[in-house]
Design a protein around this ligand. Structure first.
Ligand code: MG
Ligand code: MG
Length: 282
């Protein structure tokens, strides 16, 4: 069987810039509308409209059996929540995952938001902290794409970052990292080889070198790492009912450095604390 190389050519990397930016624009539009009373279905429609306006298509709809532009996961749901009639409430923690395919190339990205709730500042603060830890671990993993020799260095960086954040106020232990769900290569297809684990593994994995494009996506909980799939056959929720958070970017390694395809600034702001300066794809 023919196996496509996991390393892409410079023109292929350049072709992945636009789908990344379209994905980012869709999430920007969703972020602007996250508030009490909006339904997850309405947020999905916003993302779909932005992607269509830019001449792209939602790549989640190309996944067999899935009919939406986004996955929206609320509170104890971590990933793969199906948008619909659910109305967001004050204090909800909401992860939105989205992707666009443009001229045959894909972007994939996720962000977590916390709906403000003036009456429950402690809950909001706890949930913001979970999102901050998750986002920070993603940037640590992205930074490793610039510095590590093998893909295993990304998972190690993510796990190390999370463990350095201390304990969750909910569990009294370090934050949980989902094990059954992982990041992935991305290109002509949204999901390509190789897998990108969000934790340390004995196998160092493939070499990180120019042409590699990965979706790096830690999924983190305020409690344990065990999850189950709900009766809708999609939604992944924590077994212990604690909150989940999910952050994701599609990132290219090229001849001169790394570039975050799904961030308008190429990842400059998120990478600054790690001393990594992203370089536009030449
Ligand atoms: Mg995704
Ligand atoms: Mg992904």
């Amino acid at each position: 069987m023919f196996r496509r190389s996991i390393y892409k050519t410079p023109p292929q990397l350049r072709a992945m810039v636009e789908p990344g930016l379209i994905t980012a624009a869709a999430l920007d539009a969703v972020e602007a509308q996250v508030r009490v009373g909006v339904t997850t279905g309405e947020l999905d429609a916003i993302a779909e409209r932005v992607i269509a306006e830019r001449g792209a298509e939602p790549n989640f709809k190309l996944v067999r059996g899935y009919h939406h532009t986004t996955c929206i996961s609320v509170n104890e749901q971590v990933v793969h929540g199906i948008p619909g009639d659910r109305m967001l409430q004050a204090g909800d923690i909401v992860s939105v995952d989205c992707g666009a395919q443009y001229q045959g190339w894909n972007g994939d990205s996720a962000r977590t938001f916390v709906v403000p709730d003036a009456s429950r500042p402690e809950l909001v603060e706890r949930r913001r902290e979970l999102s901050r830890v998750t986002e920070g671990s993603m940037w640590a993993g992205i930074a490793a794409m610039a510095t590590a020799s093998h893909i295993g260095g990304i998972g190690a960086a993510i796990q190390d970052y999370i463990e350095a954040q201390g304990v969750s106020d909910v569990s009294g232990e370090t934050y949980g990292i989902l094990r059954e769900y992982v990041g992935h290569g991305i290109g002509r297809k949204m999901h390509e080889a190789p897998s990108v684990f969000n934790y340390r593994t004995p196998d160092p994995g493939a070499e990180i070198r120019p042409g590699l494009v990965l979706a790096i996506e830690p999924m983190v909980t305020a409690g344990g790492e065990a999850t189950f799939v709900e009766d809708d056959d999609w939604t992944v929720s924590t077994e212990d009912g604690t909150d989940g958070s999910h952050w994701e970017h599609s990132v290219a390694r090229h001849d001169d450095g790394i570039w975050v395809l799904t961030a308008a600034d190429g990842g400059a702001a998120g990478l600054a604390p790690f001393g990594v300066v992203p370089v536009p794809i030449p």
